[in-house]
Design a protein around this ligand. Structure first.
Ligand SMILES: Nc1nc2c(c(=O)[nH]1)N[C@@H](CN(C=O)c1ccc(C(=O)N[C@@H](CCC(=O)O)C(=O)O)cc1)CN2
Length: 284
């Protein structure tokens, strides 16, 4: 079997063109969606992801502001900056780029962002709303993954989804979102024994461990859908996923590539959330 490639770049392009139309309509009603990103320090990967977020925002017509702070900023000062954006009506979305330096408590930062502007969907209020199936800002990578699966006309209800990885950003919420879509979900992690015995059962296998080429064809059920969330830069500069793409595509029925898979959809869902937030400003 040779897998269909689920092209995240193409889907992102289609969604961005729809979002652009929505933003034009919002502007006619006097609302320009605004996104503020706060970056602490100079992590090169973060800088590159933010560039992508800025490009997508500007392409769609969302006003974009980067607040670039010194690595040495104190937690208290950072919380004050967040509060400034919480109070600023020009910004519908606030995102603090992760990872943060070690001296800053990530939980305190996430909890400082107003849940109504939390376009990353990381605030406990949004996590709780998502878990209970209420309207919420959904975390961007997991929401992008669900969009990609649906765009490939893959039925989710009743499917066995195996998630490898349990981060708060990807692993845990993607399992929850697919449970909300009536999948049966298994989580695997670094302490899971006999990993392969679990992964081989997945109709949909989602891999988010951040280890290059961690999953090979022998971990994959014949005909499974494989979603690779890994973005790993090798010493030779090549970007690879957590899955051995070349062998996995011979066994899967559908697979996402790296680059050009989940990454572009993560960025698109961020702009989607920002537009969703801005719509609440429209007067009836
Ligand atoms: N506040 C947040 N911080 C982080 C998040 C997040 O969702 N919110 N996720 C990741 C990084 N991330 C977004 O911030 C991200 C990662 C990768 C991509 C992407 O487009 N990848 C491209 C390849 C890019 C490259 O060439 O390096 C691809 O896969 O095609 C976008 C966003 C951690 N931090």
């Amino acid at each position: 079997m040779v897998a269909t490639i689920i092209d995240g770049k193409e889907l992102a392009k289609e969604m961005r063109s729809e979002l652009k139309k929505e933003v034009e309509q919002l502007k006619e009603k006097g609302v320009t969606p605004g996104l503020a990103i706060i970056l602490v320090g100079n992590n090169p990967a973060s800088l590159s992801y933010i560039k992508g977020k800025q490009k997508a925002s500007e392409e769609i017509g969302v006003s974009f502001k980067l607040e670039h702070l010194e690595e040495s900023i104190s937690q208290e000062e950072l919380l004050e900056v967040i509060e400034k954006y919480n109070q600023d009506d020009r910004y519908d979305g606030i995102l603090v780029q992760l990872p943060l330096p070690d001296h800053i408590d990530e939980t305190a930062v996430i909890e400082k962002i107003s849940p109504e502007k939390d376009v990353d969907g990381f605030h406990p209020i949004n996590v709780g709303r998502m878990m209970t199936g209420q309207d919420a800002f959904l975390p961007c990578t997991p929401a992008g993954i669900v969009e990609m699966i649906k765009s490939a006309n893959i039925e989710i209800p009743g499917k066995h989804v195996v998630v490898v990885g349990r981060s708060n950003i990807v692993g845990k919420p993607v399992g929850q979102l697919l449970l909300n879509e009536n999948a049966t979900v298994t989580y695997c992690h670094s302490k899971t024994k006999n990993l392969r015995e679990h992964t081989i059962q997945g109709d949909i296998l989602i891999v988010a461990v951040g280890r290059p080429h961690f999953i090979g064809a022998d971990h994959i059920k014949e005909g499974a859908v494989v979603i690779d969330v890994g973005v790993n830069r090798l010493e030779n500069g090549k970007l690879v996923g957590d899955v051995k793409f070349d062998e996995a595509k011979e066994k899967a029925s559908a697979i996402t590539p790296v680059p050009g898979g989940v990454g572009p959809m993560t960025i698109t869902m961020l702009v989607y959330n920002t537009v969703k937030s801005a719509k609440k400003r429209v007067r009836p």
